[in-house]
Design a protein around this ligand. Structure first.
Ligand SMILES: Cc1cc2nc3c(=O)[nH]c(=O)nc-3n(C[C@H](O)[C@H](O)[C@H](O)COP(=O)(O)O)c2cc1C
Length: 208
């Protein structure tokens, strides 16, 4: 993971015209402008099976997602707001990141995450707050700037361009911020998690 900064975007919905996906594209554009190499994972295209903790042979889509996340310095997550929280499809994609428990270091250790929530109303922040819990559970770091998209149906045109230039600016700023912090952390991990220390942080089976 030396040299360039990899930023991976994950988001969108199963809808053909997804506003959370349009928002994610703009945030990744900001990351690209800040010098990152970006990759986008669209939840609709991924078409992931429901997470199964006993699955020993997950499909290619799962492996590609997990490998990309493991190799990323930073992530941008963009979920729709469904019934006051993140969508099931988006959460399912996050559930598959459980496969990163076996990586070294595990989960999202020393990775920076930027958060976007797209809502029909004005409560996109609720999806963002839910994602914060997940980032914490996976040992990642969120940047303080977040972008809740309100009235999503009016926020983007059919080409995915933001109707309000201020929204585009915020989304791109988020991408830039994630890239900036990913660069800082990649210069010297904040947690100093070594292989040995990471192992002590994992649940240990009881001694026989
Ligand atoms: C099943 C469902 C539940 C939703 N629940 C909420 C909600 O609780 N609050 C809200 O503001 N918008 C809600 N919406 C609107 C979506 O947040 C909005 O359409 C968003 O843009 C969907 O994401 P997408 O454009 O990426 O598909 C809901 C939409 C659907 C389909």
């Amino acid at each position: 993971m030396t040299g360039h900064i990899n930023i991976v975007g994950l988001g969108g919905s199963l809808a053909l015209s997804s506003r959370s996906l349009a928002a994610l594209r703009l945030a990744l554009e900001g990351a690209g402008k800040a010098g990152a190499v970006t990759e986008l994972f669209d939840v609709r295209e991924l078409d992931l099976p429901i997470y199964d903790p006993e699955e020993r042979n997950p499909p290619d889509s799962v492996r590609r997602l997990c490998d990309a996340v493991a190799n990323a310095h930073g992530l941008i997550w963009s979920s729709p707001l469904y019934h006051g929280t993140i969508s099931g499809a988006f959460k399912n994609a996050l559930d598959w990141l459980q496969l990163l428990s076996a990586r070294n270091p595990p989960y999202l250790t020393d990775k920076v995450v930027g958060l976007v929530g797209a809502a029909g109303g004005t409560h996109g922040l609720q999806a963002i707050n839910t994602m914060e819990y997940v980032v914490r559970a996976l040992r990642g770091w969120t940047v303080p700037l977040v972008v809740p998209v309100s009235r999503s149906w009016a926020a983007f045109d059919s080409s995915g361009a933001a109707a309000d230039p201020q929204l585009a600016k915020q989304l791109k700023a988020l991408g830039e911020e994630v890239t900036r912090m990913a660069r800082v952390i990649s210069a010297g991990p904040l947690t100093g998690v070594t292989a040995a220390k990471a192992a002590t942080l994992l649940p240990v089976p009881p001694a026989k």
